[in-house]
Design a protein around this ligand. Structure first.
Ligand SMILES: C[S@@+](CC[C@H](N)C(=O)[O-])C[C@H]1O[C@@H](n2cnc3c(N)ncnc32)[C@H](O)[C@@H]1O
Length: 200
């Protein structure tokens, strides 16, 4: 299937491009960025889109089928400036590595039972849906360049107030770049950066 001028193949073991994927793509401003990191690329579509605007893109997923599919989609589109690798959020990224853009569309459904299949890792956000959001918020600042921007997708299934409180109390700047009301949830994309007084 062709999306955004990209040919994208599917695999039932991998999260397919969906409304949240497109909302993120529309929200990301790649201007003045030399490199980008995507956590959880799924089919790879966001990273491949970024690779058309940014010199170097890195993307890591915990689901090996996502990495196979992303690499296949990169090949089909003759995109060579994306490096896909395995990582549990930031666990495989060496300290000192900095990115101008960091993107995460996390698993965010509140689910009590543990994931049974690899595809479940795309959805399971822990009991309150916030496990991956909190893990990302705790660590992204170690990998974001001084003037960089992090893009985090969040659903109203996990309270947006909790994320905003965290960002304010840890002195980050943020804007809600886009939102989209769906039947059972509203999706938000937060653009997060360091507080300007801390940068200058
Ligand atoms: C909601 S899907 C988003 C996929 C793609 N970015 C998109 O927007 O279409 C979440 C992705 O995060 C990956 N993921 C889940 N837990 C992860 C973790 N701990 N570390 C890295 N990736 C993870 C899943 O395998 C899945 O590919």
């Amino acid at each position: 299937m062709e999306i955004l001028d990209l040919k994208i193949e599917y695999d039932e073991r991998v999260y397919p491009p969906s409304e949240d994927t497109y909302l993120l793509i529309e929200s990301i401003n790649p201007i003045n960025s030399q490199n980008a990191l995507e956590i959880g690329p799924g089919s790879g579509i966001i990273s491949l889109h970024l690779a058309n605007h940014i010199d170097r893109v890195f993307a890591c997923d915990i689901n090996p089928y996502s990495l196979f599919l992303s690499k296949r989609n990169a090949n089909i589109n003759s995109i060579k400036n994306v490096h896909f690798f395995s990582s549990n959020i930031f666990s495989s990224i060496k300290s000192g590595a900095l990115f101008d853009i960091i993107v995460f569309n996390p698993p965010y459904l509140p689910v009590e039972s543990p994931p049974k299949k690899l595809i479940d890792l795309s959805y399971h956000g822990g009991i309150d849906g916030g496990d991956h959001i909190r893990a990302f918020l705790n660590d992204f600042c170690h990998y974001l360049s001084k003037y960089g921007r992090a893009y985090l997708l969040q659903s109203s299934l996990y309270p947006l107030d909790k994320t905003i409180e965290y960002l304010i109390s840890n002195k980050f700047e943020y804007i809600i770049k886009k939102s989209l009301k769906l039947d059972f949830e509203t999706l938000y994309v937060l653009e997060i950066s360091f507080f300007k007084d801390d940068v200058f």
